[in-house]
Design a protein around this ligand. Structure first.
Ligand code: AMP
Ligand code: GLY
Length: 420
């Protein structure tokens, strides 16, 4: 099989590497990919994600069997609709279905209509009305820009003043542009967070093993929200019963609800959940694999990812088997991230043996050396019989590397280990 992946980050590196390791896959192209992928045999394609016509032409010329879309932006730009119209196979939600991630209000309406447990909320586009609602509800309270904001459009306000300042930024000062023209004000949910992803084909839902992301920049969950600083799987402190309930009360009704409202979903559905005292509740849906969750979830997939996607595209039952290993991933980011960060630091040789992997994200290449070229630069993924083993392996490897102008959290997995 010859496959094309759209995207360029660590998530796409992990997807491409897994696919390329499988017997039936002969070639994996990644548009645009990154130079760190090349040493794993992934071929980069110099076409921009939003140039659908050139991507379609490439897929035809190269006799690509199917295309997989990593990030949300091309999905919301209708890349699936365009490929399908051109008669090409592609795995991901079309533009209408990707709205489950593209608009928080769309997601909330779906949840209300299908009794999916989520935080109580209201949407506002006027500052005064929004402020009155915050004053009525009190703090802590959560303010979210309605559209996409790369993980930065959410403010968990501890005080009423903080909440009002966030409303001011979004509704009066347009700090988030159009994505903040409408805000969703949400009840604060207390409990531990976990990510539950599933392969979805219309009403059929095939859940993956769960993972936990670390959204804050610094140790002990302090500092600003980021795209994600590390992840691990499984998440032993989340009981199996909680996960089963989440499949039954969140993923299954979401897929069914999308069918019934005329926006059937095909692709990867990601539920960001909080394990509350009253069971799992949704804080967000994404229409794609998570980053960095993918980098720890896919290494646990024993079955062929290529076969699963081929089966789903052909409406056949896939075989999906996971191993019992523990995986852990630590993001190495550029100093300053998620604010203005240092760029162009030369990376040392990060070649590894055994079961550990480096998945590259923000990197560039000069004379065969890799340099940092983004906020999140790479992720180191390790595995073990236990999370402790995976964690100590990760930090032993990181300790051995000299990483100037880069930083990483030293406590990935801490909640699992604390709960023991
Ligand atoms: P999001 O971009 O929606 O994933 O939100 C970013 C982070 O804010 C999440 O990872 C949570 O830690 C936190 N968060 C979002 N919504 C809520 C909520 N309703 N209650 C508590 N924390 C939340
Ligand atoms: N790790 C969070 C996300 O991919 O949205």
């Amino acid at each position: 099989m010859r496959l094309l992946i759209i995207g360029s980050g660590g998530r796409e590196h992990a997807i491409a590497k897994k696919l390329l390791s499988e017997d039936q896959v002969t070639k994996v192209f990644c548009a645009k990919g990154n130079p760190g992928m090349i040493m794993d045999g992934i071929e980069r394609v110099a076409i921009e994600e939003d140039d659908h016509a050139s991507l379609i032409a490439f897929a035809k010329e190269q006799a690509i069997d199917w295309t997989f879309v990593g990030p949300e932006v091309p999905l919301l730009n209708g890349i699936v609709d365009d490929f399908e119209q051109a008669g090409l196979k592609i795995f991901g939600p079309n533009k209408a279905a990707a709205m489950i991630e593209g608009s928080k209000e769309f997601a909330k309406i779906l949840m209300t209509n299908n009794q999916i447990p989520t935080a109580e909320y209201q949407s506002f586009s006027e500052f005064e009305a929004a402020k009155a609602y915050v004053l009525e509800k009190g703090a802590p309270i959560v303010i979210k820009a309605d559209g996409l904001a790369a993980g930065k459009g959410v403010v968990v306000a501890e005080t009423i003043e903080e909440a009002i300042a966030a409303l001011h930024d979004m509704l009066e000062d347009n700090k988030f542009g159009d994505s903040g023209a409408t805000v969703v004000i949400e009840e604060f949910l207390a409990g531990e967070e976990f990510s539950l992803l599933a392969f979805v084909k219309n009403e059929k839902v095939y859940p993956m093993v769960i993972a936990q992301d670390h959204k804050r920049a610094f140790d002990g969950d302090t500092g600003p929200n980021t795209g994600g600083m590390g992840a691990y799987s499984p998440v032993p402190q989340i009981p199996d019963e909680m996960v089963r309930t989440a499949v039954d009360t969140v993923l299954t009704p979401a897929a069914k609800g999308m069918m019934e409202q005329g926006t059937p979903f095909t692709g990867i559905l990601y539920a960001g959940l909080i394990a509350t005292m009253d069971g799992p509740k949704v804080i967000e849906f994404n229409a794609r694999f998570g980053d960095p969750e993918t980098q720890v979830v896919l290494p646990r997939l024993v079955s062929s990812l290529a076969a699963i996607i081929t089966n789903l595209l052909e409406d056949q039952e896939p075989e999906i088997i996971w191993n019992n290993r523990s995986t852990l991933g630590v993001v190495v980011a550029a100093e300053g991230y998620p604010g203005i960060y240092v760029q162009d630091t030369k990376l040392p040789d990060l070649t590894l043996d055994g079961n550990s992997n480096v998945y590259y994200a923000g990197v560039s290449e000069k004379q065969a050396d890799l340099y940092s070229a983004g906020g999140r630069v790479f992720l180191l993924q390790t595995e073990g019989d236990t999370l402790e083993e995976a964690q100590s392996e990760a930090y032993q490897i990181l300790d051995d590397w000299t990483l100037p102008h880069l930083f990483y959290r030293k406590d990935i997995g801490f909640k699992a280990l604390e709960s023991k």
